[in-house]
Design a protein around this ligand. Sequence first.
Ligand SMILES: Cc1ncc(C[n+]2csc(CCOP(=O)(O)OP(=O)(O)O)c2C)c(N)n1
Ligand SMILES: [Mg+2]
Length: 592
Amino acid sequence: MGTVEPQVSTARDVQQHPSMTADAQSQVTDGFHLVIDALKLNGIDTIFGLPGIPITDLTRMAQAAGMRVISFRHEQNAGYAASIAGFLTQKPGICLTVSAPGFLNGLTALANATTNCFPMILISGSSEREIVDLQQGDYEEMDQLAIAKPLCKAAFRVLHAEDIGVGIARAIRAAVSARPGGVYLDLPGKLFAQTLDVEAGRKSLIKVVDPAPRQIPAQDAVQRALELLKSAKRPLIVLGKGAAYAQADADILALVERTGIPYLPMSMAKGLLPDTHEQSAAAARSYVLPEADVVMLVGARLNWLLSHGKGKTWGGKGHKDWGGQKFIQIDISPQEADSNVRIDAPLVGDIGSCVSALLAGIGASWPKPPAEWLSAVAERKNKNIAKMAETLASNPVPMNFHSALAVVRDIIKASPDACLVNEGANALDFTRSIVDMYKPRKRLDVGTWGVMGIGMGFCVAAAVVSGQQVIAIEGDSAFGFSGMEVETICRYNLPVCVVVFNNNGIYRGTDVNPAGGPDVAPTVFVKGARYDKLMGAFGGVGVHATTPAELRSAMEEAIRSRKPTLINAVIDETAGTESGRITSLNPSAKKK
Ligand SMILES: Cc1ncc(C[n+]2csc(CCOP(=O)(O)OP(=O)(O)O)c2C)c(N)n1
Ligand SMILES: [Mg+2]
């Protein structure tokens, strides 16, 4: 129990308890208000959700109680919004849904949050327990708790109003402590109307003290890591999304600069140091991964995005062979080490504590890496940057990914505080490599799963949480997964500029039906679609752009006006490749 006295709302909800006699009247509160009070007590001021039985009144009362209630058109988008709000704020993002179908719609986002280590709580109303458990066919009957459990970090159900405080406290702790993740909280409809004496209600609430306790690394583990780092001839630092989440920006910058080691930012760690930093080895990725002898992972897992730390990417002979690197891995989860290859120096703790312990050990006189290594990296990098500059300077007709992204790159450079949301295949991969980020936690994308559909949910949350301009670079397929939320963007008048990279389909617009029938190929959409017209339906600004100059002036105007804007950027339908950069993950048919 915290030291701050919980506030329980009374003014609006003082009722006469039905079972009480007139002379024993008491002020009562109820499940609705206890949920709201418990969230507010813990500093949670925003709910992303979609109303319906049994949570409609909860959304109204939360708004009446001064919470921001952002209402979506589909729960999956509300869920993605909650999850990225959690990533940006280190507080669990709240997604609120109705039972069965609403719950299931939110569940994809909950699972995605868990996979990406975003703290989020999916709160779903549910049907009557007795009927659900006897499978008697209630309205929206489903055993939601059992279904959620394997897809999230923790799952809880509250049956009695006096347990709401504990339920929310447990959900918050589970979401943000240690490795963050998705938490499910099941609130059966009957709970909301249950009443409790105001004073008893007040006492039942918990203000969580220190919800994400620091985890200090052991000194011998710090020493082991430093010794290994010091022995390196060709060291490399890899910064992951966990490093961005940690909000230890100044210490991470100091670690990179004081060691002088080249670093690679993973996608959502871009901007932790400005991408233009001279130690960034991003443009020489395919050189540094196989060449490095000691690699320090900071909040980055050796999953598929890093080719599991082995194989040809890392200089191994075969696709599963170890390349010979030694690894230092900083991670909050002790189970992460050795998940793919041997970790010689695991450093377990929260990123902030681990990095500051390393800095203390490094002191002021850490030797810079050997000059041959630094100059070899710089040479590869400068060559690749020069090659890219040439490609970006060309102005082909029709516009392609490169000429459009040269514009986006300039726009972000001029507005480094803007959040960049990004999804698609080619639209994702080219944006990641071309558009430099300058500040931490400004690039929000498809994450560990490469999931399509995060787009508009992320845009809404980023705008609501940061108040900053949001720019979304969306493949036309990717946009379709959450496109209806442009109404939400207009409804809340958010400063979001969506750019749809319209190449008529998934990867390209050129496939033809091999059977020659009237149906178009599975990857192809309506040719020449006008996504910009969607925006006009809701009062936003729609722009059709076929040249880099048109794209530039539309984006500049969107940023100047802060009006909800959708730019349909027409991209050469032949320009993309199958699955973007990950073509090789497509299984190839033996029989064509
Ligand atoms: C939920 C989900 N469904 C399907 C996919 C498979 N997928 C990967 S990228 C993509 C769309 C690529 O097309 P687009 O967004 O138009 O990008 P482009 O390559 O054309 O620029 C799809 C459907 C996925 N990653 N996630
Ligand atoms: Mg496309």
